[in-house]
Design a protein around this ligand. Structure first.
Ligand code: HT7
Ligand code: ZN
Length: 857
């Protein structure tokens, strides 16, 4: 099959208003009987085309009569039909226990579950498996009562009972979903599960029964997820006016899952890492992630389920918007500033490199080979930034009027990104014509900003120029609309020189004049990261240091510090040595400022990652970057030794509480510990080991373990062994054990990773485990890019093996090999050779082929 193009979209020839499914469940052989009521969509002579993959129809019946004039064309079952409406029934047998791709119906931990987005439903039964065919589902599940006592599906439960005696201990349950939905939102779960139940009363007074389903031994780890679910339901009512619409909302945790979670109507299925938490096994970061993903999937009930996507090119319609919504939810639970910093750091770590590399694509892509490859940081995170910019341009009232209109106008339909933007325009009266370029043009815009001051005239002139770099298939770009929040500060007094302004830069270049500026101004630009762009300014180290201490926007303060650190590190890499004075002063000032939230301080004093430094350079020298960054860390550690000790010792400890304040203290303590270790202090490993042993929670324990894992002290092995033995059998924590070692900055990490790949607990069959070692190693710039190419060879070997089991997960781990253009000739050739080896592998999946071949081009 060749690439699918956005412009080839045609409405479905046949609609399926009603679907009846009967599952005779069994891990080895499940029989699926599907009865579709189909109606001809308009005047045409097209046959009915149903998608199906990995099965054969055992029977096809039209209006109750067996037919044999059907044919198979590739992944389609083609059934000629004569009338305007028919009932079409198919029967297939599938083998969930042999399903290693984890798409369709599969087995995980002895239970059966489904994953249908994007095109998994066709692996369960024959159906028009496209998001614009909405159907009402009624589902009957039959299964062994002892193995699968719990039978769940979408919608509300109808009835349940035991099968007649001769059926051998089987039982059944029926579910009915009154909301028409696309097949990708179908779900069922059959298993031996325990439930943590709760209720939520909606704004209009309906009571919803909530259930978090997990294996019985994990039930105590579900309270945080249940609490987050209730908070999300209330938040969506308050902030977007969205109420839940079924009588039940069930969430099931499974250990084997290709992604974070899935928003199936009324039956969300989660990767267990986004449900299970207690202080002993989950870090604050995990707790935050759980709340964010629970909220994200819940919010999809409106942004995704009630209104879905017309085709997969519109994926960001639901994903970008829903990420924006979950970011808003998380911001409201604690420090909005720290949340914004974390989100921007994530965007820069994943999306900016994607936009600058061979896999760059617009937020609304034009074509794809395999849609699973397009669940990307661009669709999700850049997509969320687009919604944020619209909200900024429209203002809170205009934006809420726009979302109200969107939910109202498109409820029950499959919509497009264009529909969403049109609602924003209609509700606010703003013209977003040029803004639409954000959906079609890939690449991260770069904005050159330079501020001149004519003291005698009392005038400051800001010159802005934008440039969007070429990306694959898009060499030339038009200027975009960039909403830039700007403010000037007096360089001498530190006072604000006027209010913050929102400048909409929509030309290639523009000049903004500020009058009444008698004091030397310092430019604060892109405050709050109002546009997802790269600012290239000529601000001096002194100006950045000044902003890092005086800006009244916390994000801009953080940003000034990051820029100062980046400039320092880039200079050090290029010149081989660096002047650290400005960074040391700025960090010292931040640590000394008692008015600051410790959570903010912890973020502000962290150095940019080695990969982010690499992203600033035309040619990445991983060893030089590592040396420069370690030298700065050491210098900061030594010169501010007393302040790190103070920060470490003064952070309140005490029994674990999950609160924004307590999280901030723990975070600052771990960051301080890492600087104490970076200083080379003789007692650093002792302190870290003491923290490791004394910790009553995973945040402190893992913080200490990370520091030890980067070093060579004897305590390292001791801590890793204790950690492993303490958590043997707990998959999610053993993932941390693998990941911590793969991210280590030690010189021998490559060798250790290769050894870990032979560890009895390592398996490619579980995506979390594969990501914890291979994904983390690929993100470790220095270790992965070892000059002898061993990292590249290792990754290629693993991906070729993983592709045979789980192509989706394999394809997601490929991008580090696609950075070859950024490296020296030798590394570059070694990377390309591995990509070529992958492409030449017989029987390669479409998923891995698309990623590897695009990375070579
Ligand atoms: N909408 C969900 C996407 C998803 C997915 C995609 C491809 C393969 C497996 C998958 N599991 C879940 C997740 C979300 O964005 O909410
Ligand atoms: Zn989503």
């Amino acid at each position: 099959v060749g690439p699918i193009s956005r412009h080839d979209y045609r409405p479905p020839a046949w609609l399926v208003p009603d679907t009846r499914l009967v599952f005779a469940l069994d891990a080895a052989a499940t029989r699926v009987t599907a009865t579709l009521s189909v109606t001809r969509n308009g005047e045409h002579g097209e046959p009915l085309r149903l998608h199906g993959a990995g099965q054969e129809p055992l029977a096809v019946r039209v209006d109750g009569v067996a037919v044999n004039d059907w044919r198979i064309e590739g992944e389609q079952l083609v059934v000629p039909l004569t009338g305007a409406t028919h009932s079409v029934e198919t029967e297939v047998v599938i083998a969930p226990e042999r399903n290693t791709q984890l798409m369709g119906l599969y087995a995980s931990g002895g239970n059966l579950c489904t994953q249908c987005e994007a095109e998994g439903f066709r692996r369960i039964t024959y159906f028009p498996d496209r998001p614009d065919v909405l159907s009402r589902y009624r589902v009957r599940l039959e299964a062994d009562k002892v193995r699968y006592p719990v039978l769940l599906a979408n919608g509300d439960p109808v009835d349940a009972g035991d099968m007649p005696g001769e059926s051998g201990g089987r039982h059944w349950a029926e579910w009915d979903d009154p909301f028409p939905k696309p097949s990708y939102l179908f779900a069922l779960v059959a298993g031996d599960l325990a439930v943590n139940r709760g209720t939520f009363t909606t704004a209009s007074g309906r009571t919803v029964a909530l259930g978090i389903w997990v294996r019985a031994t994990d039930i105590e780890k579900t309270h945080h997820a249940l609490h987050a679910l209730k908070l999300s339901m209330a938040w969506d009512e308050r902030v977007y006016g969205r109420e839940y619409d079924l009588d039940v909302f069930n969430v099931v945790a499974v250990d084997d899952f290709n992604f974070g979670a899935m928003e199936n109507k009324g039956l969300n299925i989660f990767n267990s890492r986004y449900i299970l938490a207690d202080p002993d096994t989950a870090t604050d970061y995990d707790y935050d992630g759980i709340a964010a993903v629970v909220a994200h999937e819940y919010f999809h009930n409106w942004s995704g389920n009630r209104i879905t996507c017309r085709d997969w090119f519109q994926l960001s319609l639901k994903e970008g918007f829903t990420v924006y919504r979950d970011q808003g939810f998380s911001a409201d639970q604690g420090s909005a500033a720290v949340k914004r910093i974390e989100d921007v750091r994530g965007l820069r770590a994943a999306q900016f490199p994607e936009d600058a590399g061979p896999l760059a694509h617009p937020v609304r892509p034009e074509s794809y080979l395999e849609i699973s490859n397009f669940y990307t940081a661009t669709i999700y995170n850049k997509g969320a930034e687009l919604i944020r910019m619209i909200a900024t341009i429209l203002g809170p009232q205009g934006f809420r009027a726009g979302t109200d209109l969107y939910f109202d106008r498109f409820d029950g339909t499959a919509a497009t990104c264009e529909d969403f933007v049109a609602c924003m325009e209609d509700a606010s009266g703003r013209d977003l014509a040029q803004f639409r370029l954000w959906y079609s043009q890939a690449g991260t815009p770069r904005v050159a900003a330079s501020l001149a001051h004519e003291a005698g005239e009392g005038r400051a002139t800001l010159r802005l120029a934008q440039h969007v770099p070429g990306t694959p298939g898009q060499p030339d770009k038009q200027p975009m609309v960039l909403p830039l929040k700007i403010k000037l500060f007096g360089g001498e007094t530190g006072r604000a020189l006027g209010e913050e302004q929102l400048v909409l830069l929509d030309q290639a270049a523009s000049t903004i004049v500020f009058d009444g500026i008698t004091e030397r101004p310092v430019l604060s630009i892109n405050r709050g990261f109002s546009a997802p762009v790269i600012i290239e300014s000529d601000r001096s180290a002194a100006e950045l240091g000044f902003l890092s201490a005086h800006d009244d926007d916390p994000f801009a303060r953080y940003e000034a510090m990051q820029q100062l650190m980046l400039d320092t590190l880039v200079a050090a890499v290029i010149e081989g040595d660096g002047d650290h004075a400005a960074v040391v002063t700025a960090v010292a000032n931040t640590l000394a400022d008692r008015a600051l939230d410790p959570a903010f301080v912890a973020e502000a004093v962290l150095l940019p990652s080695e990969s982010f430094v690499g992203d600033q350079l035309a040619l990445v020298d991983p060893d030089a970057i590592h040396r420069a960054r370690e030298a700065l860390r050491r210098d900061l550690g030594m010169r501010l030794a007393d302040q790190w000790r103070d920060a470490y010792e003064q952070a309140p400890t005490g029994p674990y509480v999950y609160s924004p304040a307590a999280k901030g203290h723990r975070r600052l303590r771990s960051v301080a510990l890492s600087y104490i270790a970076a200083s080379g202090a003789a007692d650093a490993a002792t302190i870290a080991f003491r923290q490791f042993e004394a910790a009553d929670n995973m945040t402190d324990r893992q913080g200490a373990l990370n520091t030890l894992a980067n070093g060579y002290a004897d305590e390292r092995e001791a801590a890793l062994d204790i950690f492993y033995n303490r958590y043997a059998g707990n998959g999610l924590v053993i993932d941390k054990w693998f990941q911590t070692q793969a991210l280590s900055s030690r010189d021998d990490t490559g060798r250790l990773v290769a050894e870990l790949a032979r560890h009895p607990d390592f398996t490619l069959a579980n995506p979390n485990r594969a990501r914890s070692l291979i994904g983390a190693y690929g993100a470790n710039q220095r270790a992965f890019n070892a000059a002898d190419g061993s990292g590249y060879r290792f990754l290629a070997d693993q991906l070729i093996a993983l592709d045979k089991l789980n192509p989706q997960t394999a394809a997601k781990l490929l991008p580090p090999l696609g950075r070859w253009r950024r490296f020296d000739e030798k590394r570059s050739a070694l990377m390309r050779a591995e990509l070529q080896r992958i492409v030449a592998t017989p029987g390669l999946s479409r998923d891995l082929f698309e990623q590897a071949s695009k990375s070579l081009a």
